[in-house]
Design a protein around this ligand. Structure first.
Ligand code: ATP
Ligand code: MG
Length: 217
C-alpha cells in the first residue's frame, strides 16, 4: 500500500490543493490520498480560522467524485493541538509496518517544519513529498532542512535519504498561485470565486456566510 497523507487547515480547500494532490497521486503511484484537515493547528490561531466542522465538510465536498481521494477526521477526534507527528503515528498503527506512507506538503510548510512539534521524530516516521509552490524556493528550503537536521543531500538531488530509511522527494508540480488567504480576501471583497475552488465548496461558503467577516473561533 502506498498512501499519501495531505494535511492542511483547508480554510477553505481550493483547486490548488486538489490539482497538486492528483498530480502527486499519479506521479508517485499512490493508491490513496488522505486529506487531513487540521482541527486545532498550533500554528494557525488566526482570527480567520473558521470552525473545524465547516473545514471538514468543505473538504468532504471537494474530494467527492475522486475515487482515490479520502478524508480523515483523525485530528478532530483527538484532543488538544493537532500535531502531524501524532497523526502519522496513528496512520502507521492503522496501516501496518509494510505500508509506505508519504506525507505531502508544500514548500512553504516544509520551510518551517523545524518549528513543528517533535520534528526529528516526525521525519523518522515516513516518506515526505515536498511540492513546489510559486513564491517559495524548493532549493532554499532544502538547504535549510539539511543543515538544520544534519542530513546529507547531493547537490541537485530530488530524492534524499532520511533517518530510518525513509525518503524525502522534491516534486515540481503545476505552478498555481492559489491560496486560501487569497480566497478569503476575495470573499471579503465580494469578488468572484469561479474556477478557484469547486462549485460545491463555493456554494457551501456562501450559504453558510463563511469568511464574510473577521471572526474568532
Ligand atoms: P493559507 O493561505 O490559509 O495558509 P493555503 O492555501 O496555504 O492556505 P493550507 O491549508 O495552509 O492552504 O495548505 C495545506 C498544504 O497545501 C500545505 O502543505 C501547502 O503548502 C499546500 N498548498 C496549498 N496551496 C498550494 C498550491 N497552490 N501549490 C502547492 N501547494 C499548496
Ligand atoms: Mg498555508
Amino acid at each position: 500500500m502506498r498512501i499519501g497523507i495531505f494535511g492542511g487547515t483547508f480554510n477553505p480547500i481550493h483547486l490548488g490543493h486538489l490539482i497538486v494532490a492528483e498530480e502527486i497521486r499519479e506521479s508517485f503511484s499512490l493508491e490513496r490520498i488522505l486529506f487531513v484537515p487540521s482541527a486545532r493547528p498550533p500554528h494557525k490561531l488566526e482570527p480567520e480560522l473558521i470552525d473545524a466542522e465547516h473545514r471538514l465538510e468543505m473538504t468532504r465536498l471537494a474530494i467527492q467524485g475522486n475515487p482515490y481521494f479520502d478524508i480523515s477526521a483523525i485530528e478532530h477526534q483527538r484532543r488538544g493541538f493537532s500535531y502531524s507527528v501524532d497523526t502519522v503515528e496513528s496512520f502507521r498503527k492503522e496501516c501496518g509496518k509494510e505500508a509506505a506512507l508519504f506525507f505531502i506538503l508544500g514548500t512553504d510548510a516544509f520551510s518551517d517544519i523545524n518549528t513543528w512539534h517533535e520534528p526529528k521524530r516526525l521525519i523518522g516516521l515516513c516518506n515526505f513529498i515536498v511540492i513546489s509552490r510559486p513564491g517559495f524556493s524548493l532549493e532554499d528550503a532544502l538547504d535549510f532542512f539539511t543543515s538544520t537536521f544534519g542530513i546529507k543531500a547531493e547537490p541537485g538531488s530530488r530524492q534524499i535519504l532520511l533517518p530510518n530509511g525513509h525518503c524525502l522527494y522534491l516534486s515540481d508540480v503545476i505552478p498555481l498561485g492559489i491560496s486560501s488567504t487569497l480566497i478569503r480576501a476575495r470573499i471579503r471583497e465580494g469578488q468572484s470565486l469561479k474556477y478557484l475552488l469547486p462549485e460545491s465548496v463555493a456554494s457551501y461558503i456562501i450559504s453558510n456566510g463563511l469568511y464574510a467577516e473577521k471572526r474568532r473561533f
